[in-house]
Design a protein around this ligand. Structure first.
Ligand code: PMP
Length: 299
């Protein structure tokens, strides 16, 4: 993904995509002192940009460093990078990390770098195609106890278990992994939150006390309530999943993605999922309904 045209915003400058490099002794590479965001642009507007930028700042704070640009400056940098690359529908990836000035676990004074890349990502499956649903398998890896990691940071280090889980799921023929938390409760997928429509007619979703409370998750909870669908945030045990009548994931990349199966359970995405796909499309202002590859792969 490094050999292509375009520019990346890098510590205040727009520089050629191919030249946007880090040194091999970067602290962020060795010790995972790196935080990032994943955002989508629809019709030239980044959906919930300020929420994403504020979360980037908060992730850095949880990781013990401060990004040397204000929320306003980062938002303006988004405009610059999108304009320079001519992107109106796509994905934006801001990333902040400790630099390579000192090598070692402690590198308190290393420069904090910020880069913002954006690329075209105009297409998605039509709602009909998406309604088939993706298949998940339960991962052996679990979301860690909040005493073991800064679980609310969108921090690179926390994605180690996501990549391990997702690769294993893909190698077994599934699209993604379902992750339990350290207690054995249902948590989320590797880059998206999860919802279950239960026989009581309500949407049930796990309490995000050891994983990201996704911006899409919060948006979809609001859209569901506006549509008259009750949402319950509670502890969900894996054995309860068999009673679910519809299951879907939410995330910036995933948007609202129906789930057709988890291990040997099958689900048929239905009216509630469809209602929320449509409501989310309206909320983001989607006008491009071309069919192509949907993905939950960019976290
Ligand atoms: N959980 C994980 C692990 C994620 O990577 C993401 C994507 N950022 C989410 C949940 C969903 O978050 P959001 O809706 O803010 O994209």
């Amino acid at each position: 993904f490094d050999d292509r045209d375009g520019v990346i915003w890098y510590n205040g400058d727009l520089i050629p995509w191919r030249d946007s490099k880090v040194h091999v002794l970067t602290h962020g590479l060795h010790y995972a002192s790196s935080v990032f965001e994943g955002e989508r642009v629809y019709n030239g507007t980044v959906f919930k940009l300020t929420e994403h930028t504020e979360r980037l700042h908060e992730s850095a704070r949880l990781m013990g460093f401060q990004i040397p640009y204000t929320v306003e400056a980062i938002n303006a940098a988004h405009d610059a990078v999108l304009a320079a690359n001519g992107i109106t529908d796509g994905y934006v990836r801001p990333v902040a990390w400790r630099g390579s000035e000192m090598m070692g676990v402690s590198a308190q004074h290393n420069r904090i770098n910020l880069a913002i890349a954006a690329w075209e990502w105009p297409s998605y499956f039509s709602p009909e195609a998406r309604m088939a649903g993706i298949r998940l398998t339960t991962s052996d890896w679990r979301r860690p106890d909040p005493r073991c990691a800064p679980v609310h940071a969108k921090a690179a280090g926390l994605y180690m278990i996501c990549t391990l889980s997702k690769h294993k799921a893909e190698q077994a023929g599934f699209h993604d992994a379902l992750m339990l938390d350290w207690r054995g409760q249902v948590a989320e997928a590797t880059g998206a939150n999860i919802f279950f429509l239960m026989p009581d007619g309500k949407l049930h979703t796990p309490i995000p006390d050891c994983f990201l409370d996704g911006i899409t998750r919060r948006t979809v909870i609001g859209l569901a309530r506006e549509a008259g669908i009750d949402v319950v945030e509670r502890v969900i045990l894996p054995e309860e999943m068999a009673r679910a009548t519809e299951v879907f994931l939410t995330g910036t990349a995933a948007e609202v993605t129906p789930v057709g199966g988890i291990d040997d359970l099958s689900f048929t995405p239905g009216a509630v999922t469809r209602t929320l796909i449509d409501a989310y499309d309206r909320a983001v202002g989607r006008t491009n309904t071309l069919t192509a590859s949907a993905s939950t792969s960019a976290a």
